[in-house]
Write a protein that binds this ligand. Structure first.
Ligand SMILES: [Zn+2]
Length: 268
């Protein structure tokens, strides 16, 4: 059994961001779930990026028993009104929907694009970590061009037993080591297969399977052989095999350990 620990099913079935799901969402999703099941991908963690997308994630998780939701606002999606997102997340976590919510994310810091508001990102990141801690949930962290600051924030919550995933890991070996020391798992998917990413392959050869979870970030970041196409959760099987070959172990071993890591973290 495999688990896609990071996917955006909402975005697979609709082209617009921050819009509600289409009425026939069940029909549209089903083929992707069937394809995933055919490739042994039994659970999918569908990750929120904004309030609207988080609500979409909850709706999908309530409709399909093998889809689980996370709630969170991505650093690039924090608006001036971000505090009202937090109020809404807290409210959802007080409802019966909370059974389908297994994490807070994706949250973090992204200093890549110009004109970002550093203070807002920092405050939004910390506020959402605190929601996770209050509800004993793991965090799904997005970090880009903000490595030191991200580790610094995680460090701040070390005593509170913060736990989670560094999603789409693309930092250096020192960051990988530090994150693992903080108990974090490293999420890896399509980028592991890209020719330019030898440094990532080197890091994942050295990283024990006990610290790794598999993710697609679908519809984004497809493996190299299908670049330019829409990524899907079924590709976890390809990523798992790629990682197994890289580490000289069997797919069964990769599946067993990385799935256990995900089950333990998300408690599904
Ligand atoms: Zn993502």
């Amino acid at each position: 059994m495999l688990i896609d620990t990071h996917c955006h099913l909402n975005t697979i079935i609709k082209n617009e961001f921050d819009a509600p799901l289409p009425e026939n969402f069940s029909e549209l999703i089903q083929p992707y779930l069937d394809e995933a099941r055919l490739h042994q991908v039994k659970h999918i963690i569908n990750v929120g990026t904004s309030l609207i997308e988080s609500i979409n994630c909850v709706l999908l998780a309530k409709t399909f028993k093998n889809i689980w939701a996370t709630l969170g606002t991505h650093p690039n999606d924090l608006t001036t009104d971000w505090k009202s997102d937090i109020v809404a997340y807290k409210k959802i976590l007080q409802s019966t929907d909370k059974e389908r919510i297994v994490g807070i994310g994706e949250i973090g810091l992204d200093y890549h694009y110009p004109d970002f508001d550093k203070q807002r990102q920092y405050d939004g990141f910390r506020a959402q970590i605190e929601v996770a801690l209050e509800h004993d949930l793991p965090v799904v962290i997005h970090t880009r061009d903000a490595a030191d600051e991200t580790l610094h924030v995680i460090e701040e919550y070390k005593q509170d037993n913060i736990r989670g995933i560094i999603h789409c890991f693309s930092e250096n070996a020192a960051f990988a080591k530090h994150a693992r020391e903080l108990g974090f798992l490293l999420g890896i998917g399509g980028p592991l297969t890209y020719p330019k990413n030898q440094y990532l392959r080197d890091i994942f050869i050295e990283t024990p399977l006990e610290s790794i979870v598999l993710e697609t970030d679908a519809p984004f970041l497809p493996p190299q052989y299908m670049r330019g196409k829409k990524n899907t959760p079924a590709q976890i099987a390809y990523i798992g095999q790629f990682l197994a070959d890289l580490k000289g172990v069997s797919l069964e071993e990769v599946a067993r350990i990385t799935t256990q890591n995900a089950v333990n973290l998300f408690r599904i």
